[in-house]
Design a protein around this ligand. Structure first.
Ligand code: 3PG
Length: 332
């Protein structure tokens, strides 16, 4: 079924661009995206009065970060975290691209997530452009043993980039670049955004609402199907995140239930049937290792504090030993 979706300002999410532009200019045809993720029917037409997004294709992250951030290794860690509970998760409302902050419980979940990954190296963070994902990333990093400072790279204009430049080499070494990308936003839930999930199921039927929420191909009214969400999220992952992993940079992605489901579908090579049963809890970090062009799942911690249930690789174990040695040296 070929349909064209025209999105309003809610479609992509947040933030600012005062320059007139067509959002379609940011949806490049991805070159390396597998057939199942190539845009088939995804077309956005909007002007700046209807839509506003972070122009984060203006400067691509890997090309514009200083050399110091780049390093080589034959293995890299990839952490995926769905944001902690938001105010609309608490109220059981469809949220989609509406920009809602974390609840107190969500803040706690983000901090607990941070404890679980506190021994895993992180060189670079990608978040969506929505505050609940950004809060989660920042709160999680407060718990990291390496104590680097996450710094948002503002690439939306040359001026923003220049003004947020860090001049001290020493300080730069102690920081982690954070790149916010609207392509990692939650799926646009269309006319369901702001509706109560239980009431919607009562009105339209449990089966219909389940299809809107979990099927791969069926979009909610005027919203994005998981397939459409994958077309932007997986393309972004392939174009901007995978090259970082291939260069040995350890990456954390803080994003959303459905943008992460689409990325996990790609990483685990799930079928459109298998992905219907994939459901992500808030604030639980998943770990993958990227090695020799392949993604290997290393599990997800179940305990509240310890990362030990991850299947550590030798390199991760060495990193942890270094952290232990550094803490011991501080105590001595
Ligand atoms: O956007 C939302 O409402 C949630 O973040 C994800 O909702 P879902 O579990 O209904 O897909």
């Amino acid at each position: 079924m070929a349909t064209t979706t025209t999105m309003s300002h809610q479609a992509i999410g947040s933030i600012v661009s005062h320059r007139p532009f067509k959002a379609s200019q940011f949806l490049k045809e991805p070159l390396n995206v597998p057939m199942k993720f190539r845009p088939k029917r995804f077309k956005i037409e909007a002007t700046a009065s209807q839509i506003s997004v972070v122009d984060n294709t203006f400067l691509s992250p890997s090309k514009n970060r200083p050399q110091e951030y780049k390093k080589k290794s034959n293995e890299a860690a990839l952490i995926l975290i769905r944001h902690g509970e938001s105010l609309w998760n608490e109220k059981n409302l469809f949220t989609g691209c509406v920009d809602v902050p974390l609840t107190q419980k969500g803040v706690g979940e983000a901090i607990e997530a941070g404890k679980k990954i506190s021994n895993i190296p992180v060189d670079l963070i990608f978040t969506s452009s929505l505050i609940r994902a950004q809060m989660t990333a920042m709160l999680a990093m407060t718990q990291h043993r390496r104590k680097k400072v996450p710094i948002i790279l503002h690439n939306e204009s040359v001026k923003a980039k220049t003004w947020s430049h860090v001049f001290s080499e020493e300080t730069r070494k102690q920081s982690i670049p954070v790149i916010a990308a609207w392509q990692l936003n939650e799926r646009m839930y269309g006319e369901l955004q702001g509706l109560n999930k239980k009431e919607t199921a009562e009105r339209y039927g449990t089966q219909q609402v389940h299809e809107w929420r979990r099927s791969y191909e069926i979009p909610p009214p005027k919203g994005e199907s998981l397939e459409m969400c994958a077309e932007r999220a997986v393309a972004y992952f392939e174009d901007n995140i995978k090259p970082e992993l291939a260069s040995g940079n350890n990456v954390m992605i803080a994003a959303h239930g459905n943008s992460l489901r689409s990325i996990i579908m790609y990483l685990d090579d799930l079928t459109s049937q298998e992905v219907t049963t994939l459901d992500l809890s808030t604030g639980v970090p998943l770990l993958y290792i990227f090695k020799e062009g392949k993604f290997m799942k290393r599990g997800s911690p179940v305990g509240p504090t310890e990362a030990g249930v991850y299947a550590y690789t030798k390199r991760l174990a060495q990193y942890r030993e270094k952290l232990d040695a550094a803490s011991q040296a501080t105590l001595d």
